[in-house]
Ligand binder design. Structure first.
Ligand code: APR
Length: 310
């Protein structure tokens, strides 16, 4: 079981097995967190970089060195894509987190601290950088037990903290998709925003039994359907919680159009965890649902025939 938390501070002071460095291809130090790690860790780190990475390190890859005078045992260096220089492949940024955890596993590390890779000098849009970090860490099999996202800057820390809280909402929607894939097309969603505008909420209902539903509001944070759903909960685990809450739901495979429509909705939600809103008093839902509250980004309303379980 891997926990994911965020703290605000200087990553060079973290007492973990591995501190991850946002390096560059040359692997000879630099500014930002790279400069901080080399300054605090001392010359042994640079010596190790030169010995172990004579030709540098490819973008998206990761490799370890000594941690020198840092309280950590190792530094895992990874090179993020440079958004400012036109490197915009999200897969390369995902690879930084995945490869760093693989290297941490090779080292037998049990605790890892990450900075927000590419979110500084490399100018990756912050919301995306946070979403990639959370979702890649959540979906990478690893023996690491504790992962911390360490933010130096208060604004970044706040963004990570609120994204971690809102990840519960995305994991619930991913649980619905997992059930649709298992044939439970009768599972319907109706997402919205509380009148206060402060909380997102969703009602899950069984089309064959509209009287039974399970509700979630982001005011409940990680509490859902009598259990807990957080950023690290898998869609399969969420699916099991929904089935326990809707015991009469059946895998009838009877509304493929709805399941396909929902999969498209989730594909629009996932890149930045922009939550869907089906209706609210501030917008006219004849143009469909909104992806990301107040985003103006529309997605077609559910197919009408979906609700007639033929
Ligand atoms: N502890 C934790 N986080 C830090 C620290 C620190 N001591 N210093 C900076 N950060 C944060 C930044 O605020 C940013 O959110 O780390 C994140 C990554 O920023 P950068 O260090 O600029 O890394 P990146 O955007 O990946 O750019 C890498 O910058 O520093 C150079 O040599 C590095 O060329 C490479 C490039």
């Amino acid at each position: 079981m891997t926990t994911l938390t965020t703290t605000r501070g200087d990553i060079t002071t973290e007492h973990v097995d591995v501190v991850v460095n946002a390096a560059n291809n040359a692997m000879r130090g630099g500014g930002g967190v790279d400069g901080a790690i080399h300054r605090a860790g001392g010359p042994d780190i640079l010596r190790d970089c030169i010995t172990r990475f004579p030709d540098g390190l490819a973008t998206g890859d990761a490799g370890w060195t000594t941690a020198g005078r840092l309280p950590a045992r190792w530094v895992v260096h990874t090179v993020g894509p440079n958004h400012g220089a036109g490197q915009r492949d999200r897969g390369l940024l995902e690879s930084c987190y995945r490869r760093s955890l693989e290297v941490a596993d090779e080292l037998g590390a049990r605790s890892v601290a990450f900075p927000l890779i590419s979110a500084g000098v490399y100018a990756w849009p912050r919301r995306q950088a946070v979403t990639v970090a959370i979702d890649t860490i959540a979906t990478t099999p690893t023996k690491v037990e504790e992962v911390r996202l360490v933010a130096y800057d208060a604004g970044v820390h706040q963004e990570i903290a609120s994204s971690l809280t809102m990840a519960t909402s995305v994991r619930i929607l991913q649980g619905v998709r997992a059930l649709h894939r298992r044939g439970y097309h009768g599972l319907r969603v109706n997402p919205g925003v509380a009148p206060s505008g402060l909380f997102w909420r969703v009602v899950l209902t069984d089309a064959a039994d509209p009287g039974s539903s399970v509700r979630y509001t982001s005011a409940d944070e990680a509490k859902f359907a009598g259990g807990v759903v957080d950023a690290m909960t898998t869609p399969h685990e969420v699916a099991e919680q929904i089935l326990r809450a809707l015991p009469r739901l059946r895998p009838a495979n009877d509304a493929p159009a709805y399941a396909a429509w929902f999969a498209g909705l989730l594909a629009a939600v996932e890149p930045e965890h922009a939550l869907p809103v089906s209706s609210a008093d501030y917008f006219d839902d004849t143009d469909g649902w909104e992806i990301g509250w107040n985003s103006g980004l529309r997605y077609p309303a559910p197919p009408l025939d979906a609700d007639s379980s033929q």
